[in-house]
Design a protein around this ligand. Sequence first.
Ligand code: GUN
Length: 308
Amino acid sequence: MTSPAHAAKIIDGKAFAEALRGRIGAHVTRLGRQHGLVPGLAVVLVGEDPASQVYVRSKGRQAEACGIRSIDHRLAADTTEADLLALVEQLNQDPAIHGILVQLPLPPQIDPARVINAIAPDKDVDGFHVINAGRLATGQRTGPEAATVPCTPLGALMLLRDRLGDLIGRDALVLGRSNIVGRPMAQLLIQESCTVTVAHSKTQDLAAKCRAADILVAAVGRPELVRGDWIKPGATVIDVGINRISAPTPEKPDGTRLVGDVAFAEAIEIAGAITPVPGGIGPMTIACLLANSLTAACRQNGLAPPQL
Ligand code: GUN
């Protein structure tokens, strides 16, 4: 049972994402009525990675529910880099496509950086292109040349701002340094005037560094690495990890369950607020992809993107 005290600490990313998708849908409807414009999102999946297939299906379904036209391109696992680059170029040139997402990971014969950097920066709705990473790192967040911010850190920032208001002067620890989450998350928090520490697998005395953080973002993909006693009392914890672990029961001896990078049951006793897994950051990632697609469609048509 969740006590009322615990319930108040849970950051409901699922509900926030649902409301955000509602606002996106309303703007998409207005864009169609006023400008005859339907945002188009191309999602490219190479190979048959089961987790990627689930994500891609979910992205397509939620895009369509918001009125965004979603076009899937499914390519065989042995697709060459040249063939994938040719598809990206075709999508770059297609005026009905405003956002391009190439699902990662890619098979080993394909260099992901080469493919990501072949996407037109204005259509890069993942925000992974070096131009967008550079715009974010230099604090370029407004105007027609604003960075497209990667979806997971953008979702995390929205939840933090919703919970805490402004983040000025807070001590933030980002656990993880990936290009998809850790690095862009650190850049966003610097821009919010936090004092940011980036920790990773080689960090010394990780527990002590976590204990100093008012805001802790865990994105390392290590099940329940962060323990309750690593958390500063009252801190806000964003758990980006989605790890499937074995959880056998008498009825299901090969049962599994999803856990985050934070030991949730311990952490909720200490934290001021925490995102659950599932139902925290996961739904925000897709909602932010749709937000980035809407923004891209507006910009490519000389329209001011809506404030979401
Ligand atoms: N693989 C895991 N997360 C992501 C993401 O946010 N975007 C893409 N393109 N691939 C991913």
